[in-house]
Design a protein. Structure first.
Length: 480
């Protein structure tokens, strides 16, 4: 082993493959760590060596925060050496294995962050007319800020004018069907590999696997990929995986189409179920560009005062419980309606402080927590206290503390958690809904609603949506 190559001192061996070796090295000039990849020249003829040197020149011009940065290249001692940025964190393979060993799934918000990084990096690669051809967790690195960087361009190629390549290279588990079948292919083979990686991030298992090479090839070509757990991750991720793993590369989307789809889904409309003691002209009216539709028009005549509203891209299934003699009986048709939505992102519980101090809405909270299951309900819950005539700030504060105490006790009982510090933190807001002579709400009221919506958008990826397909509709109606 060579202990010193030009300006670099070898610190340790990082890995070995069919094309060569990888080392962690220390640059003697700047005293910084880098990765040096030695590519064995005996694997290349003269034409291929020229292409390799040409590719190193291409890599030197790439500048993207989601791609491992090129530093230097040179030929020496029957090897072609490429020096790249050293990422201090794990590679994605070791990261996945760590979660698998601990029997934990990767957090949804981290999955979204990783997908964003990978799409940004691959978009930059493809927009520079390059195909990576060996995308896999082993070639993706995590820096100290948890940002992903695509590396190992040892077998990537620059697309020629025909936009198709022929050689069969890459790692079989992530290899697209068209490569296995020996057909011409283009940069969509990277889309396939990335779809396999996203599936693996969500399930901690290979998308396709078999103990034999022939069996694995058969599965990739002929069998369908699996599904992720929609109780853990949003259905949008499954949709993304599905289109990326289309076996027909002519139909499979290109990177720009995948990138745009991901961003449009990430910024999709919120679906919020709103329960509470409030009439049709209060909370809904605070939402600009509101659209109202009575649930009885959807065949749910048992709910006399229910609405759906949309506000700036937010779709809300509004279940009004203004009348205590009907609100509990409205739960069954309301649940049936929510089932048709399949998923909701949040639940808002509106509590009118001037309606018997919101007492029966607190009971309603107990019922809802059982319908949605307590763990799911409280992590997706927002509470909005509304009032119209209260002017005394001290009294409002006392009422707030009173309800927070009651809510904590309900949560403690239903979650069986004695320590209050271990309870989920529920966002709580106070909303003044009185109007002026022109029947307009105060500017502060609109600002409060805007803050609630903005907070929901920020937390959208923190927890997966609530599946409403199996909501319980047989509930005990509390007595008053």
């Amino acid at each position: 082993m060579i202990s010193d190559i030009r300006n670099y001192h070898i610190v340790e061996k990082l890995g070995q493959g069919s094309f060569g070796l990888a080392y962690k090295v220390l640059n003697k000039n700047d005293n910084k760590f880098y990765v040096l990849k030695q590519i064995f020249l005996q694997n290349f003829n003269n034409d291929e060596l020229k292409e390799l040197q040409k590719e190193a020149n291409i890599l030197s011009k790439l500048d993207c925060e989601n791609i491992v940065r090129y530093v230097d290249s040179f030929s020496e001692n029957n090897s072609f050496n490429i020096v790249m940025e050293f990422c201090e964190g794990l590679d994605l393979r070791k990261f996945i294995n760590k979660y698998k060993t601990n029997k934990n799934f990767i957090e949804a918000n981290l999955i979204y962050s990783f997908i964003k990084d990978l799409l940004e990096g691959l978009k930059y690669i493809h927009n520079n007319n390059l195909i990576h051809r060996d995308l896999k967790p082993d070639n993706i690195f995590i820096d100290k800020y948890n940002k992903l960087k695509i590396g190992d361009f040892g077998i990537s190629i620059k697309l020629n004018d025909t936009r198709y390549a022929k050689s069969k290279v890459g790692t079989l588990i992530y290899m697209a069907p068209e490569i296995i079948k020996g057909e011409k292919y283009n940069n969509k083979v990277d889309i396939w590999a990335l779809g396999c990686i996203i599936y693996e991030l969500c399930t901690l298992n290979f998308c396709f696997f078999d103990s034999s090479i022939l069996g694995l090839c058969n599965k990739i070509i002929n069998e369908n990929h699996g599904k992720i757990d929609l109780n853990l991750y949003k259905i949008e991720i499954q949709n993304l995986i599905d289109i990326m793993l289309n076996k027909n590369y002519k139909i499979r989307p290109n990177i720009d189409e995948v990138y745009n789809l991901f961003n449009s889904q990430k910024n999709k409309s919120l679906v919020v179920a709103v329960f509470g003691e409030i009439g049709k002209t209060t909370f809904c009216d605070l939402c600009k560009n509101s659209y109202f539709l009575r649930l009885k028009d959807a065949g749910i005549s048992e709910v006399p005062h229910s609405n759906i509203f949309e506000r700036c891209g937010i779709e809300c299934d509004f279940i009004d419980t203004s009348y205590s003699d009907s609100c509990y009986y409205s739960l069954k048709p309301a649940c049936n309606f929510l089932k048709s939505k399949k998923q909701i992102d949040y639940i808002i519980l509106l509590i009118n402080l001037e309606e018997r101090l919101g007492s029966h809405t607190i009971e309603y909270m107990k019922v809802l927590s059982n319908i949605f299951t307590p763990n799911t309900f409280y992590t997706h819950l927002y509470i909005v206290f509304t009032y119209r005539y209260l002017e005394n700030n001290n009294l409002i504060e006392e009422m707030k503390n009173f309800f927070i105490k009651i809510i904590s006790e309900i949560m403690s009982d239903s979650l069986n958690i004695k320590e209050k510090n271990n309870l989920p933190e529920i966002p709580i807001y106070f909303l003044d809904i009185k109007r002026d002579k022109e029947k307009k709400f105060a500017k502060k009221s609109q600002e409060t609603v805007d803050i609630i919506i903005e907070q929901m958008k920020k937390n959208l990826m923190k927890y997966p949506p609530i599946s409403t397909e199996n909501l319980e509709t047989k509930m005990k109606i509390p007595d008053f």
